[in-house]
Ligand binder design. Structure first.
Ligand SMILES: [Zn+2]
Length: 58
């Protein structure tokens, strides 16, 4: 594993707009050991895993 960048926070959103509806202001929540990014506009929740964004059940 190469790590040239310093991670300041694991909960920093990797994107700042919703992949579904492009709304800004995603809310970060912790679900178990995962971080979820929930959209306040369309209520979709997203999980980022290894750089891929997956939609998850709220
Ligand atoms: Zn949305």
């Amino acid at each position: 594993m190469t790590s040239s960048d310093t991670a300041d926070s694991v909960f920093f959103p990797p994107f700042d707009t919703c992949p579904g509806c492009r709304a800004a202001g995603l809310t970060v929540t912790a679900a178990g050991d995962q971080a979820r990014f929930c959209c306040p506009a369309c209520r979709a929740c997203w999980h980022v895993d290894l750089g891929w964004v997956h939609q998850v059940e709220p």
